[in-house]
Design a protein around this ligand. Structure first.
Ligand SMILES: *Cc1c(COP(=O)(O)O)cnc(C)c1O
Length: 347
């Protein structure tokens, strides 16, 4: 049984983090002459809080998670990269991911020189955890799951995740970027029970704040402690911290938007299925639909000419002839349907 300490790279286990001026003096009152900043106030002359205390308190209330179990990154992408950097020895360790899934897991593995092993989901994108485990060995440090999964849109069954949590002693990452659109609840509170579970969330999708680059990792305080040691000291700038607090205060509006997006998703799916040039639309627990077409490239090019940009996933293994369409506003979705009607007429 490997513990978190056994899993860490030895250089990280003994790392002494950079100590900022604001680590030495933690108060907020007084005359700051400790960090070589420009003293004239303009709203951005001081370094931001390296630990994002206010934001973590707010997230802690919203998600019912201790602040010590929360890491905030420059997008989820920073959290993904840091997980590789604290656990995986370049050229030696490996990770296992489901496939198809989010492209950044492999890019981050390649950057960090980590062997990336992919386990193909079945034709309906379901996971067989027992089979996935066969790809792991003593050098497997991380398993990446994504639920709801991108680009397939489905949730990974909890029974399969639970099986891995009970039989794999490395780190299990569950990326919940789309959880706010799903029928299932987040697994974030399970991190209390499983010290090797890391949940990734983001303000980029349901929260409507992709531009501020703010990702969240939720895990045992031990894992979070090392993630925090390795991050750039001031990884979240003050403008993003402020905008994130505002976005989180708006949660009632966000809930309304989520409801509307889900309604539109289900309406659009029913409508898309009825077109003769569309073979199938996969059920979705996210804010996009994976659409299997009879000629994906032709439809993609047609929509592009009409000024509607979707994502061509047809070269992704398991997604032959598939386009991924993000749910837009009701007006945008209506325009898409009208263009598809015109396309049908042309066929
Ligand atoms: C969009 C997305 C993210 C978000 O990444 P950020 O860096 O937080 O914007 C994370 N995971 C998946 C699977 C996504 O599709």
């Amino acid at each position: 049984m490997r513990t978190i300490d056994n899993l860490l790279r030895p250089n990280i286990a003994k790392l002494k983090a950079y100590s900022t001026a604001r680590d030495e003096y933690k108060g907020s009152l007084g005359q700051f002459m400790d960090a070589n900043e420009n003293p004239f106030q303009n709203g951005i002359n001081r370094y931001p809080d390296p630990y994002q205390a206010l934001l973590k308190e707010r997230l802690s209330e919203l998600k019912k998670i201790n602040t010590e179990s929360i890491f905030i990154g420059n997008g989820s992408d920073e959290a993904i990269d840091i997980l590789y950097r604290i656990f995986c020895i370049p050229g030696k360790d490996n990770v296992v991911s489901i496939s198809p899934s989010y492209g950044m897991y492999k890019v981050a593995a390649d950057i960090n020189d980590i062997d990336f092993r992919e386990f193909r989901l079945d034709s309906n994108f379901h996971l067989n955890a027992q089979e996935l485990l066969k790809l792991t060995d003593n050098n497997t440090k991380l398993i990446f799951l994504c639920s709801p999964n991108n680009p397939s849109g489905n949730l990974i069954e909890y029974s399969q995740i639970e099986y891995l949590l009970n039989s794999f002693d490395g780190i299990i990452v569950v990326d919940e970027a789309y959880i706010d659109f799903a029928v299932n609840k987040s697994l974030a509170t399970e991190t209390v029970k499983y010290p090797n579970l890391v949940i990734l969330q983001t303000l980029s999708k349901a929260w409507g704040a992709a531009a501020i680059r703010l990702g969240i990792a939720i895990a045992s305080s031990e894992v979070i402690k090392y993630m925090t040691r390795v991050k750039y000291p001031y990884n979240i700038n003050i403008l993003s911290q402020k905008a994130a607090l505002e976005a989180l205060d708006n949660f009632e509006d966000v809930e309304e938007m989520i409801k509307m997006i889900i309604q539109e998703r289900d309406r659009l799916r029913q409508r898309l299925i009825s077109f003769p040039f569309i073979e199938y639309v996969y059920p979705s627990d996210a804010n996009f639909l994976l659409v299997k077409c009879y000629n994906a490239r032709k439809l993609y090019d047609y929509l592009l000419k009409k000024g509607i940009i979707v994502r061509d996933r047809s070269s992704v293994p398991g997604c032959n002839s598939c386009l991924r369409i993000t749910i837009g506003t009701p007006e945008e979705n209506q325009r898409l349907i009208e263009q598809l009607l015109a396309y049908e007429f042309l066929l």
